[in-house]
Design a protein around this ligand. Structure first.
Ligand SMILES: [Zn+2]
Length: 154
C-alpha cells in the first residue's frame, strides 16, 4: 500500500492520510490528544483535522467532485493541493503561525507530519493546529491560543 497520501489512489485516501500523518506511531511519548485539557470546540477542531472531517479544499473538493490534484489551497495562490500537511507545514498563509510555533520546527531535521504531530509536546501541537485553522478562518478566534507559550494549567 502506498503510504503517501498525496500519491495513493483516491479510494481510501482518508484512511491513508490518517495512517501516514496522524496515526499514533509506536515511538510516541505522552498522552492522547483527547486527553488534553482543551475546550470541547477546541478538541473537536483538533480531532476533526486529524480525522479528515474538516473544511480544507482536499475534503470540500471531494463533494464538489473535483479531481484530487485540482483541489487547490484556497488560502494562498500557490496552486498546491489544500490538504492537512499543506496547511500545517507549507501554506504561506500559515507561515506566521509556524514562526510563532518555531519550537515545533526547531529540530535538526525538518519534521515530517508524523514527527510534527507526535514528536512534539502534544498540547503545543494541538495549539499549533488550532492556530493554523484560526489563521485561515476555519475556526473562530475564541478557540485559539494567542501564542505558543501561553500559560496553561498542567
Ligand atoms: Zn495555501
Amino acid at each position: 500500500m502506498d503510504m503517501n497520501p498525496r500519491t495513493a489512489l483516491s479510494g481510501g485516501m482518508k484512511r491513508t492520510t490518517y495512517a501516514a500523518w496522524f496515526w499514533r506511531p509506536g515511538w510516541a511519548q505522552g498522552g492522547e490528544f483527547w486527553q488534553l485539557e482543551l475546550s470541547a470546540p477546541q478538541l473537536r477542531a483538533v480531532q476533526s483535522l486529524r480525522l479528515g472531517s474538516h473544511s480544507l479544499p482536499v475534503e470540500t473538493g471531494r463533494f464538489a467532485k473535483i479531481d484530487r490534484q485540482d483541489r487547490c489551497c484556497t488560502f494562498c495562490d500557490c496552486g498546491a493541493v489544500g490538504d492537512e500537511k499543506y496547511l500545517l507545514m507549507q501554506c504561506p498563509a500559515t507561515h506566521v503561525v509556524r514562526q510563532r510555533f518555531s519550537c515545533l520546527f526547531d529540530l535538526a531535521v525538518p519534521p515530517c507530519m508524523r514527527q510534527l504531530v507526535w514528536g512534539g509536546d502534544r498540547m503545543m501541537v494541538a495549539r499549533f493546529m488550532l492556530a493554523c485553522l484560526g489563521e485561515v478562518g476555519l475556526i473562530g478566534s475564541f478557540e485559539i491560543f494567542s501564542e505558543c507559550h501561553q500559560q496553561f494549567a498542567t
